[in-house]
Design a protein around this ligand. Structure first.
Ligand code: IMP
Length: 427
């Protein structure tokens, strides 16, 4: 199996970082294909915790190449901070490569993200404020700036000057806000680029050569299926294709090269930011999940909304991503509950559906149909095999596999690398 895609099957924060880190050990290259520093992974290695926003977690292995693909939007300041932060902790970033086609997040994108979000009032999306949406906007409007532009200072000067002029006019007219000094911005960005210029390359060529040589590539998705710009709970979504198809468009690798797609699923559901969330629990159980699961955003620190597992969402994720396996994470957070609910359908206008609806109103008014399963009192954190899990835990996991039609290939019972149960069928 040479090419594996890892995606989030819910609303992000499923624990993809840990699963990617685990699978990265067997890969030669780890590539990110969409999003930017709106993502946040925490990976624990020994006593040290690493918070990664842009760089794939494969960087923690000294012999891996890590790719930031063309589908990403990259903030040069955030990138330099992350490279320096890793180097300070003794992690070499020599294996990092950046696509020359990846787009840049520039200071005006961050300002626009803030102002546009504030102007939405009650219709707020709850963005991470990192300039993601405005950068993708410029990409679609064919006025984005790319990594390749940093390699040609006169091209960069010309494009940046024109873009700053256009953005300043928009900022003034629409928000009465102050604009930017193009010359000062140019100096700052070019100085930052000095720190990573030698890593900018045609990563599509690099990946195709890697695959042709029979090496293994892991594609690391950020955010989750329901935050996908096409398939998510629009408009409460991010601005990229977080689903498996994004791995192809976001790296320049064709779909026939992909061997398997693993969906990372938290044993319950969380969401940050605004938007519909049918199984949300605004009660003591929801609070318990938040506290036990430490459900606070890695990027923004915001408390995450918590609820029961939703298999309408998971079946949908299985379909749009073509999942071949599920990695369950944070199972230990459910330890000690008397009973556990699983959502198997939505009642909308009196009718039960098992298909995830497109209509925002339908998802907002959907009443979850639950199945109740017995919980377990034992602690699952020490289990190293499927057989060591309590019978009720196995029953819960089997039911998830039944309801989604996708086999479970990994079970994570804690934050450490060692707290991972791997099923033989993964290989
Ligand atoms: P943006 O990606 O900053 O534009 O935010 C759009 C939506 O996606 C907001 O609801 C964010 O909270 C959500 N979002 C973005 N990145 C992540 C993530 O890594 N995990 C969970 N939610 C995210």
């Amino acid at each position: 199996m040479s090419c594996t895609v890892i995606i989030g099957a819910q609303w992000g924060d499923e624990g993809k970082g840990k699963v990617t880190d685990f699978l990265a050990e067997r890969a030669d290259v780890v590539a990110r294909y969409q999003g930017g520093n709106n993502a946040g992974h925490t990976v624990i290695v020994g006593e040290q915790g690493f918070k990664l926003h842009l760089v794939p977690s494969g960087i923690l292995y000294p012999d891996k190449l890590c790719v930031l693909g063309n589908g990403m939007v990259i903030d040069p300041e955030a990138l330099v901070n992350e490279i320096e932060g890793l180097e300070e902790k003794g992690v070499s970033t020599a294996g990092l490569r950046i696509s020359d086609r990846a787009h840049l997040i520039l200071p005006y994108h961050k300002r626009l993200d803030e102002l546009q979000e504030a102007s939405r009032g009650a219709g707020k999306i709850g963005t991470t404020g990192r300039g993601i949406g405005p950068a993708y906007n410029d990409k679609s409007a064919r006025m984005g700036m790319r990594m390749a532009d940093l390699l040609d200072p006169s091209e960069f000067h010309e494009k940046l000057t024109a873009n700053v002029k256009a953005k300043n006019a928009y900022l003034k007219q629409t928000f009465g806000a102050e604009g930017f000094d193009a010359a000062a911005m140019e100096e700052i960005i070019l100085a930052l680029a000095e720190r990573f210029r030698d890593r900018i390359t045609d990563t599509g060529v690099l990946l195709s050569e890697t695959i042709a040589a029979g090496k293994k590539v892991l594609f690391e998705g950020a955010q989750g299926t329901l935050l996908d710009i096409d398939h998510g709970t629009y408009p409460f979504v991010t601005s990229s294709n977080t689903t498996a198809g994004g791995a192809c468009t976001g790296t320049g690798v064709g779909p026939t090269a992909i061997d398997r797609v693993i969906g990372v699923v938290k044993a319950y559901t969380t969401r940050v930011g605004a938007g519909p969330f049918p199984t949300e629990l605004n009660d003591a159980v929801g609070e318990r999940l938040r506290q036990r699961g430490a459900e606070f955003g890695t990027t923004t620190g915001r408390p995450r909304r918590c609820g029961w597992l939703d298999t309408v969402v998971l079946r949908y994720a299985a379909r749009v991503n073509g999942l071949t396996g599920i990695a369950i994470t944070k199972l230990d957070v459910l330890d000690g509950l008397d009973t556990i609910k699983i959502c198997t359908g939505y009642r909308i206008n009196g009718k039960v559906t098992t298909d995830f609806p497109a209509s925002r109103k339908a998802v907002e008014t959907a009443e979850p149909v639950y199945e109740e399963l017995p919980g377990w009192n034992e602690s699952t954190g020490q289990a190293t095999t499927w057989e060591e899990l309590p019978a009720a835990t196995r029953r819960y996991l089997d039911r998830i596999a039944d309801l989604t039609g996708v086999p479970i290939v990994i079970v994570s019972v804690g934050p450490c690398r060692s707290q991972t149960i791997v099923m033989d069928r993964l290989f």
